[in-house]
Design a protein around this ligand. Structure first.
Ligand SMILES: [Zn+2]
Length: 132
């Protein structure tokens, strides 16, 4: 069994349109920016809906589950593999993230995953996923 590399995370940029996302992560929740006009979600959070350009948006709490849309694993010098992935967190809404606490060689596209959190340098929760 291969092991995932234990990654350290830099602090994220805190922008007004992403603040709610980061605050929710610190509460152990995953929220998705969702448009009240066209009904579609998007990620990363933006000030305007990328589908219809409405600014009538709200945060919708996710159940924290997702599906691996695509991924790659990179061997890290010193041991382990680092897994980059696109995880579908809602219908057609995908997040670029890492899969942690897993056997990188056993991951599969379409596999169910669940949200997990890792602290950045300053303690801000960073969204990652682990096999469900
Ligand atoms: Zn919209």
């Amino acid at each position: 069994m291969a092991e995932d590399h234990k990654m350290t995370y830099a602090d994220p940029w805190m922008l007004p349109e992403t603040k709610g996302f980061w605050e929710a992560l610190n509460d152990g929740k995953l929220v998705i920016r969702t448009c009240n006009d066209c009904g579609r979600g998007h990620h990363f959070p933006r000030a305007m809906c990328p589908h219809c350009y409405s600014s009538n948006l709200e945060w919708k709490e996710s159940d924290g589950t997702g599906t691996i849309y695509s991924f790659t694993a990179q061997q890290v010098k010193g041991g382990g593999k680092y897994v980059y992935a696109y995880v579908e967190i809602a219908d057609r809404v995908r997040a670029i993230t890492n899969i942690v606490d897993c056997d990188p060689d056993a991951l599969q596209i379409g596999q169910k995953v669940k949200a997990a959190f890792r602290p950045s340098a300053s303690g801000q929760n960073i969204l990652v996923f682990t096999p469900a």
